[in-house]
Design a protein around this ligand. Structure first.
Ligand SMILES: *Cc1c(COP(=O)(O)O)cnc(C)c1O
Length: 498
């Protein structure tokens, strides 16, 4: 399989090159030049496989320059060793007949980013060896919470890599901060920034593209790379769990081979929902893809009107991982839906940069709307859904998952669609204890610190907090560095010891 750029079809690289490089030099995203097909017989055969075997099957179609041994190293390393709290890795849980939850947060950091970030470091070290030769890869991350921790946990002690994470001092939850500052591993470093997430992000981007800094790293046999979701190596592991969910429904007799199902995805950067679009194009029997947003409803408006417009207010919500105005991975959908037109993508992305918006031609938009639909809900709706889901089904969900359930229930009522539907659950509820506790017991979080809230949530709901979150209370803090945006460069050199 060869890969090209969404902004320049002359680009022609291998999968290992695409993963090692992260983003194309023209600013476009790497995409496979065609989508491999999977038959119903293949899917039926996968139903009898473990998650690890299913992953090897799907990945082998895209990472054709990886040997079977290399794929095994990546997949078994990511999902083996009891790193996930479920043998099924991404289990389905029935809310009621025809409505399933796909739990994507059984990994080490309790958020769905683990599904990809447990594998990316291995994909990357194999890719770098193949495409570039020997070098040390330095992963720089600016994070508003979940990505930083999942990347640290994925890259910790991976040979040939170092990882540095910058987070806004005032911009992450107490639990998220503790998850990062107590991080173990000999190749990791974490630093707070005096400022907000945009300051951290801008600082990282500036360092990334600075030629002098790049030269200095090269002199020490190092090069930067990125762990965020524009890297193909983060997207491809996510295609697997859509096949896996379908296979589990087959195996449990909930559907027959060939029956179509819907998926609902709480969406931020459009990576997770793009993965199920790929699965569908590969031949997985999927009907509708339902894109769920919080009050930052730029995607809902896009699917409703064909206009993507970021000239609007930004809201901080109870589902912070979806507080996003520029959904980077949408670029890949535009490329595919326009018949692989790099010219079209350049035009749209040019408009986005200059005017903060672009307008889709009707024919491309109607192709998109034949697959996708979208909805959104605010924090009140999120809260009501957490409470109602707990009362009606005894199932405690986090704020992001609640947005998905809320949007699906409105969709089902409006359309009368009875197609079996799987809703992605993207975080463990204890990661967002305050919002979840206040939803099931209004006002209960008042005056409580983070771990008292965790205890109270466990008591009220008769559930238990995952040990990797509960244990943070007694873990020593390893990283206390705080720096100004202007001194991030110095911090990088200090942390790398060069
Ligand atoms: C990152 C994240 C999302 C959004 O996923 P995208 O792939 O960016 O659309 C949703 N929920 C949680 C908990 C996340 O961490």
């Amino acid at each position: 399989m060869r890969y090209t750029s969404t902004r320049d079809k002359n680009v022609d690289v291998s999968s290992s090159w695409a993963i090692a490089q992260g983003i194309s030099a023209d600013g476009g995203l790497f995409v496979p030049v065609e989508i491999p097909k999977v038959s119903l017989d293949d899917i039926a055969a996968m139903a009898n496989m473990s998650y690890v075997e299913r992953a090897k099957r799907v990945l082998s179609l895209y990472l054709t320059d990886f040997t079977a041994e290399e794929l095994a190293y990546c997949v078994e390393g990511a999902y083996g060793d009891n790193k996930f709290s479920s043998q099924d890795i991404a289990p389905i849980h029935e809310l009621k007949a025809g409505e399933e939850i796909l739990e994507l947060w059984r990994g080490p950091t309790c958020a769905f980013k683990d599904m990809a970030l447990q594998m990316l470091p291995r994909l990357m070290t194999v890719s770098v060896k193949k495409a570039v030769g020997t070098r040390e890869t330095v992963i720089l991350v600016a994070t508003s919470g979940d990505t930083g921790k999942a990347a640290l946990e994925g890259f910790k002690d991976v040979e040939g890599t170092k990882i540095l994470v910058f987070y806004p001092d005032e911009g992450v939850s107490p639990m998220q901060k503790l998850q990062m500052t107590t991080q173990e591993g000999s190749n990791v470093a974490v630093c707070a920034i005096k400022g907000n997430f945009d300051d951290a992000q801008t600082g990282v981007k500036t360092i990334f593209t600075d030629k002098e800094i790049g030269k200095k790293l090269a002199e020490h046999g190092m090069a930067f790379s990125s762990a965020n979701s524009i890297n193909w190596g983060r997207l491809v592991p996510q295609i697997v769990y859509y096949f896996s969910a379908y296979c589990d429904m087959l195996k449990q007799g909930k559907i027959s081979a060939g029956d179509r199902i819907n998926f609902v995805v709480p969406t931020g950067n459009f990576g997770n929902i793009l993965a199920v679009y790929y699965a569908r194009e590969m031949g997985l029997p999927v009907d509708r893809l339902i894109c769920a947003s919080n009050k930052n409803r730029v995607l809902t408006d896009f699917f409703d009107t064909g206009v993507y417009d970021i000239n609007r207010s930004f809201y901080t919500t109870s589902s912070p991982s979806m507080d996003i105005l520029i959904s980077s991975n949408l670029e890949r959908l535009l490329f595919i839906a326009s018949g692989y037109s790099d010219e079209f993508v350049r035009e749209m992305m040019g408009d986005l940069k200059q005017k903060g918006k672009y307008t889709m031609p009707e024919n491309v938009m109607s192709a998109i709307n034949s697959v996708f639909c979208a909805g959104c809900c605010d924090d009140e709706g999120t809260k009501d859904t957490i409470k109602k889901t707990f009362e009606d089904y005894g199932y405690l969900c986090d704020t992001h998952t609640a947005v998905g359930i809320n949007v699906y229930e409105k969709y089902a009522e409006k359309t009368g669609d009875k197609t079996p539907t799987v809703i992605d659950s993207t975080a463990n509820p204890f990661k967002f204890s305050r919002s979840v506790l206040d939803a099931v017991e209004p006002g209960a979080s008042e005056g409580l610190d983070e771990f008292s809230m965790v205890g109270e949530l466990a008591r009220v709901t008769k559930t238990s907090c995952p040990p990797q979150l509960a244990d943070l209370r007694d873990k020593p803090v390893r990283f206390r560095d705080v720096c100004d945006r202007d001194s991030m460069e110095k911090a990088v050199f200090r942390l790398l010891g060069i």
